[in-house]
Write a protein that binds this ligand. Sequence first.
Ligand SMILES: CC(C)(COP(=O)(O)OP(=O)(O)OC[C@H]1O[C@@H](n2cnc3c(N)ncnc32)[C@H](O)[C@@H]1OP(=O)(O)O)[C@@H](O)C(=O)NCCC(=O)NCCS
Length: 143
Amino acid sequence: MQVRQVPFEDLARLGLIELRHQVLRAPLGLDFTAEELAAEHDQVHFGAFEGERLVGVLVMVPAGTMAKMRQVAVNPDDQGRGIARLMIQASEAWAVQAGFAVIVLHARANVVPMYEKLGYEVFGEPFEEVTIPHCKMRKSLTS
Ligand SMILES: CC(C)(COP(=O)(O)OP(=O)(O)OC[C@H]1O[C@@H](n2cnc3c(N)ncnc32)[C@H](O)[C@@H]1OP(=O)(O)O)[C@@H](O)C(=O)NCCC(=O)NCCS
């Protein structure tokens, strides 16, 4: 298993958009808009690969002193194998290297326990996003 950064130009060819659509949007009856995808040009895209096979995705967005984690998704047949943990660790290493002090994210409420296990804490009030309940979470990279 290897987690690596994928250039924006290669996202579609290597299947990152399709996996995100299949895991995160299609179950909600939603799709990505062309504008949404175009806005991801300056974001940092990670793919988890088993050989050539894409098994997971994660996106990091620089936002001042913070980095925002989004679009964490693992191929349904490969869930429960530690792939999200590996991707999150890789993205944290990238964020430390890039000088960010904190990572923030909007966690689906049912996935909050996973992020807590990985050192993230809930803050603020729950809210709705893409039709489902979410919580704001953060992890300091300096403490
Ligand atoms: C949530 C998701 C990314 C987890 O990916 P994964 O590769 O199966 O997770 P991992 O195997 O790396 O799990 C890491 C740890 O978190 C735990 N965990 C994973 N999903 C969990 C959940 N929903 N609730 C509680 N704990 C969870 C695992 O048991 C594991 O703990 P352990 O190491 O002590 O056994 C994956 O299930 C997925 O793609 N779900 C659909 C999309 C989604 O909800 N994405 C998150 C949006 S915020």
